[in-house]
Design a protein around this ligand. Structure first.
Ligand code: GDP
Length: 189
């Protein structure tokens, strides 16, 4: 059934106005140990992802058509284990910048990365700031409000996830694709 592949909460209405096909490159940036590899694994196993990357002719085609309005998308996640970003290295469509809510240093690192992306690299690509490990409620050191403030300051979307609990991963993916397509549509307009 439809809900097997796409959860309604995370995917309904997101793609209604977009129709472009695409292959996108999205580096995942952040300090060591914040959960980049785990997130990537979640992305690849996500029901949303499998719907996005299905090829036409499959029995799941109908679902794809409904959900992405004929626009099939592949997202290639690059996992950068080092935090430094250099101008020549990347031709990204969007960036995911991750920190862990239980590690303030990783939040500082995320801020540095956002600064680099927006100023040094001068990127106006969509960026999603991801607060990961929100399952570690009692060890949380970075508050929702301050992280949201940082995201706003650098014109990013903000999502709180738990990669180990697979919490909000689909929202992140769908939001990411939506941001990429929105940006591309704006550029084409
Ligand atoms: P990376 O260095 O940024 O790629 O981080 P990893 O994906 O290798 O994760 C580092 C450690 O954090 C591993 O032990 C993961 O199992 C753990 N981890 C990743 N995501 C979460 C999460 O959402 N919650 C918790 N509690 N642990 C996580």
């Amino acid at each position: 059934s439809q809900t097997r592949y796409i959860s309604k909460e995370s995917c309904s209405d997101w793609f209604q106005s977009t129709s472009s096909n695409g292959y996108y490159i999205v580096p995942i940036l952040g300090a060591h140990g914040v959960g980049k590899k785990t997130l990537k694994k979640c992305f690849m196993n996500s029901d949303c992802m499998s719907a996005m990357t299905l090829s036409v002719g499959d029995s799941k085609e109908k679902i794809l058509t409904t959900v992405v309005n004929n626009g099939e998308s592949n997202i290639d996640f690059i996992d950068f284990s080092v935090c430094e970003v250099h101008n020549d290295d990347l031709q990204a469509d969007a960036y995911v910048v991750v920190f862990s809510v239980h590690n303030r240093e990783s939040f500082t690192k995320a801020e540095e990365l956002l600064y680099q992306l927006r100023n040094d690299i001068d990127s106006d690509r969509p960026i999603i700031l991801v607060a990961n490990k929100i399952d570690l409620v009692r060890k949380r050191h970075v508050k929702y409000k301050e992280a949201l403030k940082l995201a706003k300051e650098f014109r990013c979307k903000y999502v709180e996830t738990s990669a180990v609990l697979n919490y909000k991963i689909d929202d992140l993916l769908v939001g990411l694709l939506f941001q990429i397509k929105l940006k591309l549509n704006l550029e084409l307009a």
